[in-house]
Design a protein around this ligand. Sequence first.
Ligand SMILES: [Zn+2]
Length: 378
Amino acid sequence: MRDLHPQPDFILWTGDDTPHIADKNLGEDAVLGIIGKLTHLIQEVFPDTKVYPAMGNHDFHPKNQFPDTYHRIYNRTADLWAPWMDSQSILMFNKGAFYTEKLLNRNDQRIIVLNTNLYYTKNRLNIGLSDPANQFQWLEEILSKAMTAKEKVYIIGHVPPGFFEKRRKVFWFHQHFNERYIKIVQKYHNVIAGQFFGHHHTDSFRMFYSHSGSPIGVMFIAPGISPWKTTLPGVENGANNPGIRLFQYDTNTLEIQSMVTYYFNLSYANTVTPLWQQEYNLTEAFEVPDGTVQSMQMALDKLYNDDYYLQKYYKYNSVSYDLSECDRNCRIDQICAIKAVDFVKYEECVQRESSSPTHTATLPIISFLLLSLLPLQF
Ligand SMILES: [Zn+2]
């Protein structure tokens, strides 16, 4: 990324830094050692750039078992990341691995870094709790103050709410945590300018809607830098090429203007030479004006109505690794994961899409309308 764009305003580092292997082959010191090495590497490559890091579910030992209170790993990680954090953030981080700061010290802009590993279904410590580490209460307070102060906010985290788009009905948050997260987004969507998460290793996005069904929020899920083949049962060909992305944003409103994903084609690297190159530009690939909520709704409508865009999206979903066709079941999984973060709405979406006749029957009309409205671009 230094060669491609040496001076970003800031870096979002969404976690999962250690190998996804058995706990017995890692250990607490190894986990902290790896986080430390990556921290130093990023500091060496981007010495003057502010970094906002979040912990992933693999950045703990035993993995996934994030406690809702002070822990040595939180403390040691905060020490490693201290050069990027202000003193208040370090104090907060020690208590639960989440924090907030003014974005780049700007007056009316804020970043909130969450520890959503607390809500992860594989975390056995917080199942019976309504609000682990009081993070939700804290988040609401920060967003409420942001609303009063007319701030704009970015939220980042690792494990996202909602469903995995490559396997039907696979979700990460316990349902009550999922509901609470959605409610908070619905209440404070006016101040939330963007949500950036990881965990999937795939490239996707999630839409949030008001009670009346209007689009109010978008969450970008970034692909992984490390290639990894998921071990999740039932996922076929669940690997990805390494990907990294660059957002262009409006420095006044924090609205996303554009997003370029760079990737490393493993087949090409193995047969010819290692090469990081542009994979796609969001606005060009989906012919949308920018990366705002309205534009991402437009992108979703295109995936829904036109197999050409669905297929393109599906290729990028694996960072151009899986070039197979996204069939009817794949389409249902992908579309419903994007448009329904809520458990009940997801179930309804799957039911509706499974029972509806194949949508391709409406394609000629839609294609004709698109052609008549848009200049031809090939
Ligand atoms: Zn993860």
